[in-house]
Design a protein around this ligand. Structure first.
Ligand SMILES: [Zn+2]
Length: 196
């Protein structure tokens, strides 16, 4: 059972520390196109945290890298445990509001709790049950869990299986799905493992 906990600033700082370690590790490798040096070239972001991850709205930068060699300027955005792809809401709220929406007695009760519109959580739930189940991170994670997690109850069925209290289960799930947060950094899961 998922409690609609508020993810405090300590949680938000912890995820920032992990993303900082991920980008630092990724910057140690050369540009994949030309072998040149990678430098920080962050993107501005203006994320939403709904009612449960207000502290995360202070995250104004998506950490990214850019090749320093003239004529290349290849962009490499490493995985992130804070931003789940281009979604305007932070990853933690994509996980938590989806789980709350699944457990809520009525749609409006879920919306009141999370501050996320019902059409948004419906779209996320379609993603968790659909494209997400075909992804490498889901295949890897579900192979480790016996019995396999209930696909109709994703992501709650995964959270319930990850050890620790609710914030740490959310952080672990975000680390598992982090390779899905970028397409410009193939094999980026090794940076996430090194940072955890
Ligand atoms: Zn380059």
């Amino acid at each position: 059972m998922i409690d609609p906990i508020e993810l405090a600033s300590e949680f938000s700082k912890g995820l920032t520390t992990i993303d900082t370690a991920i980008v630092a590790r990724a910057a140690e490798e050369p540009c994949r196109d030309c072998g040149g040096p990678l430098y920080r070239g962050d993107y501005p972001r203006k994320p939403r945290g709904g009612l449960l991850a207000i502290a995360a709205e202070a995250w104004g930068r998506r950490f990214s890298l850019c090749c320093g060699r003239d004529g290349c300027r290849h962009r490499a955005t490493p995985p992130s445990v804070r931003f789940l792809g281009r979604r305007v809401y932070v990853g933690a709220i994509v996980v938590l509001a989806s789980a709350v929406a699944l457990a809520a007695v009525t749609v409006s009760a879920g919306v009141r709790t999370t501050g996320v519109p019902a059409r948004t959580t419906r779209r996320w739930l379609r993603w968790w049950r659909g494209p997400f189940t075909a992804s490498g991170p889901f295949v890897d994670l579900s192979a480790r869990l016996v019995p396999a997690p209930d696909r109709a109850r994703l992501p709650a069925s995964l959270l319930e299986r990850l050890a620790g209290d609710e914030p740490s289960a959310i952080a672990k799930l975000l680390a598992w799905v982090a390779p899905l947060t970028t397409t410009s950094c193939p094999g980026g899961s090794r940076f996430v493992r090194a940072a955890m």
